[in-house]
Design a protein around this ligand. Structure first.
Ligand SMILES: Nc1nc2c(c(=O)[nH]1)N[C@H]1C(S)=C(S)[C@@H](COP(=O)(O)O)O[C@H]1N2
Ligand SMILES: [Mo]
Length: 225
């Protein structure tokens, strides 16, 4: 039984797409030495792992957090955390699925629908996509406008029924429920409406822009959404 399990595990690694193995090796190497704190693959309670592509990230709170909505919109705008909290809220409970294989079942996220912020800003008819920037100064993400307008894409300020802590990307992170967790940009600071998809940080390094759970990145996880 043990041998069979080990055998299957080895097979799983052998069958993983080369890109994924490369990235895991890359991340594993960093977690081993952690020269920059680039990514600490430390179990972070409840099965989460802490990911950051930068060595340090400024702390923001209700006093100094700002989210800007800009680009191809009629009304560029800036939201504080209290302003986001006053808008209609949506709570979703789904499995979190990282593309490297770990999963955290039934995780509640709560926040404002991205579509509400886009509607409030007035998206230009010729716009096609949204680019996300983060106050870590490095991470970026992207969605098509059609994806961004889904009801299960949130600008989240609560996770596991608590305010999102700094390590999980608080006070505000993107939450793209139907896609692998790399789409859920932490420390969200900018929503820019654009004329085309600009691949994000990991997407420039090979991950799929359309990061659907179970249908991308060479994986066949069973989606729960
Ligand atoms: N700003 C930022 N957002 C990010 C990342 C990151 O390194 N920086 N990593 C992504 C990846 S690959 C994953 S799996 C999740 C991890 O979220 P967690 O640290 O809350 O577990 O955040 C995503 N969003
Ligand atoms: Mo990830």
């Amino acid at each position: 039984m043990l041998l069979a399990t080990l055998g299957l595990g080895a097979l799983g690694v052998a069958a993983a797409p080369p890109l994924q193995r490369g990235l895991e090796a890359f991340l594993g190497g960093i977690s081993g030495k952690d020269p920059t704190g680039l990514t600490g693959l430390l179990p972070n309670g409840g099965g989460f792992r802490y990911y950051s592509v930068t060595s340090s990230v400024p702390h923001k709170d209700a006093g100094n957090y700002r989210l800007t909505v800009s680009g191809m919109v009629d009304r560029p705008s800036t939201y504080t955390l209290p302003e986001l909290r006053r808008l209609p809220q949506t709570r979703l409970v789904r499995d979190v699925q990282c593309v490297t294989g770990w999963r955290v079942p039934d995780t509640p996220f709560e926040g404002v629908r991205l579509s509400d912020l886009l509607d409030a800003a007035g998206v230009h008819p010729s716009a096609k996509a949204v680019r996300f920037t983060c106050f870590d100064g490095a991470y970026t993400e992207s969605l098509t406008l059609e994806q961004a307008r889904r009801a299960d894409v949130l600008v989240a300020h609560r996770m596991q029924d608590k305010p999102i802590g700094h390590n999980h990307g608080g006070p505000v992170r993107l939450y793209v429920a139907p896609m692998y967790f790399y789409k859920s940009a932490k420390w969200l600071s900018g929503v820019e409406v654009t004329d085309r998809v600009r691949p994000g940080f990991w997407e420039e390094r090979g991950y799929d822009v359309d990061g659907w759970v179970g249908r991308s990145n060479g994986r066949d996880d069973v989606p729960t959404t």
